[in-house]
Design a protein around this ligand. Structure first.
Ligand SMILES: Nc1ncnc2c1ncn2[C@@H]1O[C@H](COP(=O)(O)OP(=O)(O)OP(=O)(O)O)[C@@H](O)[C@H]1O
Ligand SMILES: [Mg+2]
Length: 202
């Protein structure tokens, strides 16, 4: 795997950033925390940071979420990364990060029905659950990550039915050996029956 220096990123060679992405509920924070521990890196949860430091513009009542002030959030993240050097960043909008910052972006994928179960446990209204499952089915996070970071640095992991240790193990493996040529992109549209899909897509 190329080093940060070889990428000629404009970032110091001592900086190493790994991103864990995915729609809400796919397990980003759980995985990122464990991965950061294993690597000895700092864990930065972008949503948590934005809320804690009030780096948002407003609360969107309709979408029931804060509208993040991307400029201020990215500025803050860069200052933390410059100070700490090595970090695991967990976010559902990796595309706000500078294109050359992450060494790798891992997108966690999860079977829509399991995702539904997890999001229901949060007590979210169906509208919000459905919106996120739609994004999972269509692979929106991966699409945005590929646009921003390119194929070589985006790697999907189907977490369905797998424990955190196994997922973290795969991530560390890919970090060591590179993504390889046999990568798999999850496509729920072709893998799920129409009756399951029609529950979420209209
Ligand atoms: N591999 C796993 N197997 C079973 N349960 C998991 C797994 N990973 C995470 N979970 C559980 O799923 C729920 C959501 O996980 P987590 O909070 O890490 O998701 P997230 O992607 O960070 O969500 P958000 O974007 O809303 O912050 C938690 O209850 C967590 O314990
Ligand atoms: Mg989280």
């Amino acid at each position: 795997m190329e080093t940060v220096q070889e990428r000629n990123t404009g970032f110091a060679a001592s900086i190493d950033v790994v991103v864990i992405a995915g729609v809400p509920g796919t397990g980003k924070t759980t995985v990122a925390r464990r991965l950061a521990e294993a690597l000895g890196y700092l864990h930065i949860d972008l949503t948590e940071l934005a809320l804690r430091e009030k780096l948002y513009l407003e609360y969107d009542e309709e979408r029931m979420s804060y509208v993040i002030d991307e400029e201020r959030l990215v500025e803050r993240v860069l200052s933390i990364v410059e100070r700490h050097g090595k970090a695991v960043i967990d976010t559902h909008y990796p595309e706000i990060l500078p294109p050359m910052l992450p060494r790798m972006v891992f997108v966690l994928r999860l079977h829509p029905m399991l995702l539904e179960e997890r999001l229901r446990r949060r007590g979210w209204p169906w509208r919000k659950i459905k919106e996120n499952i739609e994004a999972e089915i269509l692979g929106v996070v991966t699409y945005n990550a590929l646009e921003r970071f390119g194929e070589d640095r985006v790697y999907e992991i189907d977490t369905t039915g797998r424990g955190v240790d196994e997922i973290v193990g795969e991530i560390m493996d890919v970090m060591r050996r590179g993504p390889g040529r046999q990568r798999i992109f999850v496509d729920w549209l072709s893998r799920l029956d129409m009756d399951v899909l029609s529950r979420y897509l209209d």
